[in-house]
Design a protein around this ligand. Sequence first.
Ligand SMILES: [Zn+2]
Length: 499
Amino acid sequence: MWGRCLDAILGQMAREAYGSALPLYQCAIDWPAFFQDFPAPDVFEQTVYRWPRQRLRQLQERRFLQVMQAGWNNPFYKTRWTAAGVQPGDVKSLADIVRLPSYTSDDVKQSQLDAPPFGDFHGLNQHDLAHTPFKLQTSGGTTGQPRAMLSDPIAWEVQALAGARSLYIQGARPGDVMQIPATCSLANGPWLQYKACHDFLGVLPLTTGSGVVMSSRTQIETAMRFGTNLWNAFPEYLLRLAQAARDELGIDVRSLGTKFIRSYLGPDLQGLLRRELQETWGCPVYDIYGSNEIGLGAFECTHQRGLHIMEDCVFLEVVDVETGEPLLMGQKGNLVATVLFRTRPPIIRYNMRDLGRILDDQPCACGGHFARMDHFLGRSDAMVKLRGVNVYPMACLSAVKAEAATTGEWVCIVERVNAGGVPRDEMQVQVEVRGDIAHDPEALKLRLARRLKEDLGVVVTVVLVGAGGLAELANTGGREGKARRLIDRRPDYIDTSNN
Ligand SMILES: [Zn+2]
């Protein structure tokens, strides 16, 4: 196993080196082996990042087989794979990966409900937990229990290193100062940003916390005092900071001389949000994509032509939102991730239900050969069971887009109504219409209802709302990036839209 993160070795090393019987983190990783497998950012940029794709594939294959082995030793995967008729040895390479069933956050949640707190998904026992220094992070679920995700030392370090590599390629260098206005909580992002700077780059991290911990005005004063020249923050907060600088301190944030900013641009396909941020701050803004399970999955290089997938760390597939069938390069669907550095637990064919598209795997002007994907295109919501039928709110897309009079935005609202003493689930589809195209509302509603019945398989009620009318409800204002296509108001529903 890469990096040799093994409990037995760990215990023995600690005893020999320090006379301690504790699971010291210092001894949890064989560092020379670690850096051989996962080179430091500057070495990586000159080597693995530029390897011919065939050589990269060989590396992926090797790591994938190690991960598969861990999968067969994990009850969550073993049960699912066996039920799908897969036998050990059936999946010999990444070409066979489609034989494995994918799973979603719902499956992980169920596993953790059945065997709290970590579920058979983690496949860990008390001995493991007492002998390995794990780091716990959770998903950001707003309702229901957030999913727990443990990282063993290798997984924790590789995630931070992946962030450092991307920062290096974007131009971060030792001596830079990066401000991280986010709180190191159970969300992994701020921790990994801090570690990337501190552990792997020689960049000074300023973990200033979110606006709750430090006001926007103080954030700017801190940046001026310590010479912040890099930021990692959400778009809306960057705009808020610029406003605070102007209104409360009378300064233009461009005077800070920022080198570049990393942010989460979401489905900013026309580049409008990026332009606004770049003009406001006077520096390049690079998009990144990641999750609780995969860490940093993709990042933009200085050419801003798609996000390079961190391919030696994660193998990304794109599958059809409804059928789960693999899609070709350029086609849009759900991103399915297999993490190539995690074994406890492994992440194998995890359907993140994030919409994406792989753009191409041609060499980039930055020198990298890692494939590029589009911006995160939005969230394909969980399937909803309606009167016994599996309904995909995303399946409204074609019907809504086909009508020129709509803005292309919609949201499905599911409610339990009382139909003569019998509870009945009803779905309403609210569709935004443009103000500048003449149409007959009743005829439009009729056409939409007919087409939606065909596409969804259930009868729905169509309600038309004015342009922008769903900005709040469907979160289509653009800033947060995750459009909401389903609002389930039934009493027993657990919201999974904010994973
Ligand atoms: Zn590039």
